[in-house]
Design a protein around this ligand. Structure first.
Ligand code: SF4
Length: 318
């Protein structure tokens, strides 16, 4: 369904009186993956690693600097805005902040109906009927149609955002940290709703999160991003049971365990994520890696298969 090849997205940094370009933010720097129909890929990494930019570039909200995004065999990166229109219906996004992503001056009915109007689906009565079905689907009362976003809690607003994303019957759903702004108690309700919808509608999903624990139960595969690159990509079981990349190992060690007496050794990474404007030479993780070697500072490791399509980019695994 989705094939991403060598995707690069840079944002220019301007400076001086004439606002000339002086550098680039290397937000996404050569990312490739394949996502099969009906599967979910969890994309994980710290803030600023480029995962949200990757999601938006795949959704054709940002044009790529280089590389290709094939959706159903078509290279969306080469399409004009007019050619993209039918694909915008088939690819929908759910955003992190449900309040900012909903127009506060529109009623819930208008918000959920909007994609149907934009894509000219149905007529007035059929659209209103569809809005009612969507409210049922996300567990909100039909009486919500005439209310406004500020009258709802964060979890309810995210349900409204999900209903809107589902309105036009998408095939690919890109969820950009959909639960990170919510209370922990509400997070599991929204995750369960997304899981139910995936199963019922056979959706293909790219699920972006900064926390490996969040994507654990929803993903078939997990890709870990660091400073614009995927450093490890494998099936969800393997990433938790046998993480290979030192960065993934550190992320896994930070996941809370239910038993406080259970023995565990947390890997504390030193320093902050380096600037994506001047990423480190060689392996981008070398400034924080507890296993750094001389070669790591000079030569960039490529993403190699260590068996059973467990891909890792690290000189520890030749
Ligand atoms: Fe660490 Fe070197 Fe592997 Fe990078 S390539 S993760 S610096 S051991």
């Amino acid at each position: 369904m989705l094939t991403v090849e060598g995707l690069i997205k840079y944002f220019p940094v301007t400076g001086g009186v004439f606002k000339r370009k002086v550098a680039d933010v290397h937000a996404v720097d050569g990312v490739s993956f394949v996502l099969e129909k009906g599967k979910t890929l969890g994309l994980v990494g710290e803030s600023g690693c480029g995962k949200s930019t990757l999601g938006r570039t795949v959704a054709a909200l940002y044009p790529p600097t280089k590389g290709r995004v094939f959706f159903d065999g078509e290279d969306l990166a080469s399409f004009s805005e007019k050619d993209l229109k039918p694909y915008r219906r088939r690819i929908q996004m759910i955003f992190q902040d449900p309040f900012e992503s909903l127009n506060s001056r529109h009623s819930i009915g208008e918000i959920i109906e909007e994609p149907l109007v934009i894509h000219k689906l149905g007529n007035g009565p059929s659209r209103r009927a569809r809005v009612g079905e969507l409210l049922d689907l996300v567990g909100l009362p039909r009486s919500s149609v005439n209310r406004f976003p500020h009258e709802f809690s964060g979890g309810q607003r995210q349900r409204i955002g999900i209903a809107r994303a589902m309105a036009a019957d998408p095939e690919l759903l890109i969820c950009d940290e959909p639960v990170s702004a919510l209370d922990v108690s509400i997070q599991s309700q929204i995750m369960n709703l997304l899981l139910d919808l995936q199963e019922e509608m056979g959706l293909t999903t790219l699920f972006i999160a900064h926390d490996l624990a969040v994507v654990r139960h929803i993903s078939d595969e997990v890709a870990v991003m660091y400073l614009g690159k995927i450093v490890e990509h494998t099936d969800a079981d393997s990433i938790y049971k046998t993480p290979l990349h030192p960065y993934t190992q550190a992320l896994i060690s930070a996941i809370p365990v239910p038993d406080p007496t259970a023995a565990r050794s947390r890997i504390i990474l030193q320093g902050d994520v380096p600037s994506p404007i001047f990423p480190p030479s060689g392996c981008r993780f070398h400034t924080r890696c507890p296993h750094v070697m001389a070669i790591c500072k000079e030569v960039e490791p490529s993403l190699c298969d260590q068996g059973d399509t467990h891909l890792v980019a690290c000189h520890l695994y030749p």
